[in-house]
Write a protein that binds this ligand. Structure first.
Ligand SMILES: Nc1ncnc2c1ncn2[C@@H]1O[C@H](COP(=O)(O)OP(=O)(O)OP(=O)(O)O)[C@@H](O)[C@H]1O
Ligand SMILES: [Mg+2]
Length: 420
């Protein structure tokens, strides 16, 4: 599947590169040819417009420019061509050929005997005669002729350079297209693999509670005469497994919505101190059962623009972990204060800690350091993924510091003011 996509992307990239190369060289060629001929034409136009006769002879140009490649011819009303400035006429035996088929006011380029001529015919409106050795000519128009061999040669060389460069570049373009396509495929491939991994993790996670429910129900069916009281522990297991599944599915739903960008948060100004205190009150029972002390340093009236329910969920996730991974007799400390225009919530415990190599992975979906232990306590490994998503949605940061056997500290900082 990826090979085909890679090939298609390579073709598309190469095509785009080629079009860019083609357009670029086309513009360059056009510009160069315009610039080259523009200068010649300008010089010719100057000669044409400055051509004047006085007493039958040519008056020198007011603004003379010396361009040995340009020469001037006059055309009489009866169609004869004269060379008003003594010139080596012998060299232009075929002047009629060069000047034929050019209308007054026209500019043309002609190939003649291996040379390229640029010819301009300019009307002469002054009704004046030009005296030749023995006759008079009524000048009707002026021909300005320039040899543009060097310009044409330059353009031809450039064209060949472009074509040659194009042929060589095609190879480079294909290689570049391929490399770029390969680079572009990396995130797609990663996302695909992540998705595959996610599906297999979900199936695996759903299978164990379902197996638990099925086997316990089957065992109950084997002894239909047993009373509910006698089957109490099996019913309890079924309920626990079902509860785990409900938790898993609701966490999955949250993450799926967040992935699809559908789970928007509704921001409002909330009293964070109140939310933290409320969550703490839910953990009172937990605290007593596990004989873990809970120290709370909550600055009063810490106000922040946030989604109340999501922040509530975030604190539950962090406190739940702290209690879950702290042995009997330990201590959990929660702080809430404002620092540098950020609301800080930190949850510290004296629990088992996290191995340094696992730290970077704890926010990954389904990651649990000790799978069996976490699963026994109902863990799905999705808590911190959701916590991270909530923090990011609030433009905040979440950090973790941990020492194995000593404890862990999660610190969340959320900017107190955010644009809605
Ligand atoms: N306070 C902590 N002390 C030690 N390890 C922790 C702590 N918090 C998280 N971890 C480690 O990070 C892993 C991922 O935590 P997370 O909250 O995502 O999943 P969980 O707690 O296992 O499951 P769930 O949150 O769904 O109940 C945990 O399994 C544990 O290994
Ligand atoms: Mg957890």
């Amino acid at each position: 599947m990826f090979q085909r996509t890679l090939a298609r992307l390579t073709v598309i990239n190469s095509f785009v590169f080629f079009i860019i190369y083609f357009l670029f060289t086309l513009i360059l060629y056009g510009y160069l040819s315009y610039r080259l001929f523009d200068r010649v034409d300008e010089a010719m136009r100057l000669h044409a417009s400055g051509f004047r006769l006085a007493n039958g002879i040519v008056v020198p140009l007011e603004r003379p420019i010396f361009d040995p490649r340009i020469f001037v011819l006059a055309r009489s009303t009866d169609g004869r061509i004269v060379n008003p400035i003594p010139f080596h006429e012998n060299e232009f035996k075929n002047i009629d050929e060069i000047t034929s088929n050019i209308e007054a006011g026209e500019l043309n380029t002609k190939d003649y005997e291996g040379h390229v001529y640029r010819i301009m015919r300019w009307p002469y409106v002054y009704q004046e005669d030009l005296y030749d050795s023995d006759t008079n000519f009524r000048v009707e128009s002026v021909f300005i002729i320039s040899i543009v061999d060097s310009e044409v040669q330059l353009l031809n060389n450039f064209l060949w350079l472009i074509i040659g460069g194009g042929v060589i570049s095609v190879l480079g373009i294909i290689v570049a297209g391929f490399l770029l396509a390969k680079r572009a495929m990396v995130p797609i491939q990663e996302a695909w693999e992540k998705q595959q991994q996610f599906v297999s993790d979900v199936s695996h996670e759903l299978r164990s509670p379902l197996t638990g429910i099925y086997s316990n129900a089957e065992l109950m069916l084997r002894y239909p005469d047993e009373t509910i009281r006698e089957e109490c522990h099996r019913i309890n297991t079924i309920m626990q497994e079902a509860k785990r599944m409900i938790k898993l599915i609701s966490s999955l739903l949250t993450l799926a919505r967040s992935d699809a960008g559908k789970s928007d948060i509704s921001l409002s100004l909330i009293n964070l101190s109140d939310v933290v205190n409320e969550v703490i009150s839910h953990f009172e029972v937990f605290k007593e059962i596990n004989h873990i002390s809970l120290v709370a340093n909550i600055e009063s009236n810490v106000e922040v623009v946030a989604d109340k329910d999501r922040v509530h969920q975030l604190i539950v996730i962090l406190l739940d972990n702290a209690f879950k991974f702290t042995p009997v007799g330990g201590q959990v400390t929660i702080d809430c204060y404002i620092f540098n225009r950020n609301a800080i919530i930190s949850v510290r415990d004296t629990g088992v800690g996290i191995a340094p190599e696992s730290i970077s992975r704890i926010f990954d979906r389904f990651f649990r350091e000790d799978k069996s232990r976490s699963r026994n306590s109902g863990g799905t490994g999705l808590g911190l993924s959701i916590a991270k998503w909530i923090v990011e949605k609030h433009a905040g940061k979440i950090n973790v510091k941990s020492a194995l056997g000593k404890g862990t500290k999660f610190t969340v900082s959320i900017p107190i003011q955010r644009r809605h």
